[in-house]
Write a protein that binds this ligand. Structure first.
Ligand SMILES: Nc1ncnc2c1ncn2[C@@H]1O[C@H](COP(=O)(O)OP(=O)(O)OP(=O)(O)O)[C@@H](O)[C@H]1O
Ligand SMILES: Cc1ncsc1CCO
Ligand SMILES: [Mg+2]
Length: 247
């Protein structure tokens, strides 16, 4: 195990533990414009982590509700008319105020219209893109930070490239853990301006919580419940003992 020493400072397990503490002190509100499949998992996961979720997709009130949030998630999983309109309003607000948003281009590998929309959103300069390997490949090259999830999570920007080896195969059997990771990344970006550090904090905290949850679980169903408990109970000591960050 070795920590990164390039860029804006080493992203060590200690730094991840500090970022987690900062999140819990700040309790930032995160506006999650996400898909209909994962809404509850996302809200509960953000709350367990220590953030405050808001999730309205009504284009008429999103400006007011997202307007005071500290970070935004834009997840393209189920795009309906309201979500498309709300995304445009919220991204305009965040881009013009310099606040961070995370783009999760769900299933952009299987539909051309989604790819087109995802690329248009890339031009609005998300602080971080979170996607699985197939989605990331479909996006093509882009500037900025990324968190590619999978058995190994890969976090990179132009200057740095790291992997996080934490996690459990059951994460892939619970729908929406990837979507939750995008929301968690937004929460960390509310307190951590270095997107690579926020991406590593995301991969480590979700992965370590999954390892703790798996010890208490019989299969993906009980695992999903224990994952929330483990996120809520996650402490500095767990991060320091279990984080596996590699260059
Ligand atoms: N084989 C594996 N072993 C350990 N962790 C895994 C494995 N596969 C995925 N993960 C973890 O599962 C989480 C979700 O990543 P995944 O790449 O499956 O997202 P996704 O396909 O976008 O999921 P979804 O669309 O259901 O939200 C990440 O935290 C990732 O590290
Ligand atoms: C299954 C599914 N379909 C659209 S969004 C979603 C949740 C996981 O990405
Ligand atoms: Mg998956």
């Amino acid at each position: 195990m070795s920590a990164a020493v390039i860029g804006t400072g080493a992203v060590t397990p200690e730094r991840v533990a500090d970022i987690l503490d900062a999140l819990r002190d700040a309790r930032p509100r995160v506006h999650a414009l996400t898909n209909t499949v994962v809404q509850t998992r996302t809200a509960d996961g953000l709350t367990a982590l220590g953030a405050v979720p808001s999730m309205t997709t009504d284009p008429d009130e999103v400006a007011e509700v997202a307007g005071a949030a500290r970070a935004l998630l834009v997840n393209l999983g189920t795009l309906d008319r309201d979500r498309r309109a709300a995304i445009d309003v919220a991204v305009d607000l965040f881009a013009s105020s310099g606040r961070p948003f995370v783009l999760d281009p769900v299933k952009c590998d299987i539909a051309e219209r989604r790819r087109t929309r995802a690329r248009a959103l890339l031009a609005r300069k998300p602080a971080l893109v979170r996607a699985n390997a197939d989605e990331m490949a479909a996006l093509g090259s882009f500037a900025g930070a990324r968190l590619e999830t999978g058995r190994l999570d890969r976090i990179a920007d132009e200057a740095r490239s790291l992997t996080v080896a934490n996690g459990h195969p059951w994460l892939a059997d619970v729908t929406g853990t990837g979507c939750l990771s995008g929301a968690m990344a937004a929460a960390f970006l509310a307190v951590e301006p270095d997107a690579v550090a926020a991406g590593i904090a995301t991969a480590v905290t979700l992965g370590v919580a999954a390892e703790i949850a798996a010890r208490r679980s019989a299969g993906p169903g009980t695992f999903a419940v224990h994952l929330l408990d483990a996120l809520a109970g996650l402490g500095r000591d767990d991060v320091l003992a279990l984080a596996r960050i590699n260059r």
